[in-house]
Design a protein around this ligand. Structure first.
Ligand SMILES: [Zn+2]
Ligand SMILES: [Zn+2]
Length: 326
């Protein structure tokens, strides 16, 4: 099952010649999720070759314009291309009113429904979007205004079916195989076959966390716990630590410390201050703490390969060695 992330905008506050405003696309099996929607996001989606019509849900972190002003243009375009299926918009409480009261964007004018999931500023944790395949959770993080961090997680899948073992236990019918694969017991003659007798270890789902416009914090760590890929802001370097604290942002080193504490596999830095034309020093600063760090490159695909039970333990060992080695 194809799953990848494409950073669409990695600038903080103001766009630059080479960087767009905040947004990250997640593409899974033909469905599109968007984390933040800074101005210009719809152009970047097109440049990335991602179909707007596949958009399922948008997750907004907070009400600073560089993170959500692109939503309105995007919603208008969806109306122009005659969308009729519902869209989910998740964000701080009040987001529904902002959209619905904008001239031209009411449901009647748009032609498609939006289901809003609004998070009050005293929420502690919430499931904000889910399908049979994955779930998106949210927790508040620490910024100058109320801000939300997000975690995408595929559900754990049952392990591989050992067909020979199932046959030896007398399983013959396709529907019995299907039931066992789904974790149900089946009756074979006068005997009951349990899924644990024929299924390998469960296959963990892939995970991604999106943390931007936040100080390093416990909720950020929880959202990033064990993720395959963490996108974390690194607005400043340690040289501007005081500024990071004052403005409610993180330094590259702090992002790396959080990735390490959370046991993340891979770190992408973004939301760079315009003062860093080249993010290489930020990456170097982070790599001293968390070697598997890169600067998020706009329009580049970051693929999350599928897990298998065996691969997972091997990868964990390999990563551990790599981190100790460097
Ligand atoms: Zn920002
Ligand atoms: Zn902000």
């Amino acid at each position: 099952m194809e799953l990848f992330i494409i950073p669409l905008g990695t600038a903080s506050a103001i766009p630059t010649r080479t960087r767009h405003l905040s947004s990250v696309a997640l593409w899974r099996a033909g469905r599109l999720l968007l984390f933040d929607c800074g101005e210009g996001t719809q152009y970047q989606l097109m440049a990335a070759g991602l179909k707007l019509s596949r958009l399922e849900a948008v997750f907004i972190t907070h009400f600073h314009g560089d993170h959500f002003y692109g939503l309105f243009g995007l919603l208008a375009t969806l109306a122009m291309i005659n969308r009729t299926n519902p869209l989910v918009v998740v964000g701080p409480a009040g987001i529904g009113q902002v959209v619905e009261t904008l001239p031209g964007l009411s449901e009647k004018e748009r032609g498609y429904p939006i289901r809003y999931v609004e998070l009050p500023d005293d929420f502690t944790q919430a499931v904000v979007f889910e399908t049979p395949e994955y779930v998106v959770t949210a927790r508040p993080v620490v910024h100058r205004v109320f801000t939300v961090g997000y975690r995408f997680a595929e559900r754990t899948r049952p392990g591989r079916l050992d067909v020979a073992r199932a046959q030896a236990l007398g399983v013959t019918q396709p529907e019995q195989y299907r039931a066992l694969k789904r974790g149900r017991t089946v009756q074979v003659g006068d005997r009951i076959v349990h899924p644990e007798q024929v299924l390998g270890p469960p296959i963990p789902g892939r995970t991604f966390a999106y943390l931007t416009d936040t100080r390093p914090c416990e909720n950020g760590r929880l959202l990033a716990e064990g993720v395959d890929l963490l996108y974390h802001e690194a607005t400043f370097s340690e040289a501007h630590h005081a500024l990071a604290v004052e403005r409610g942002h993180a330094t590259a080193r702090e992002a790396a410390e959080l990735a390490r504490a959370a046991g993340a596999r891979r770190l992408l830095l973004g939301h760079f201050s315009a003062r860093y034309e080249d993010p290489t020093p930020l990456v170097a600063e982070a790599q001293a703490v968390f070697p598997n760090t890169e600067a998020a490159e706009e329009l580049k695909r970051y693929v999350l390969p599928p897990h298998t039970p065996r691969q997972t333990s091997l990868q964990a060992t390999a990563n551990g060695t790599e981190e100790r080695g460097r």
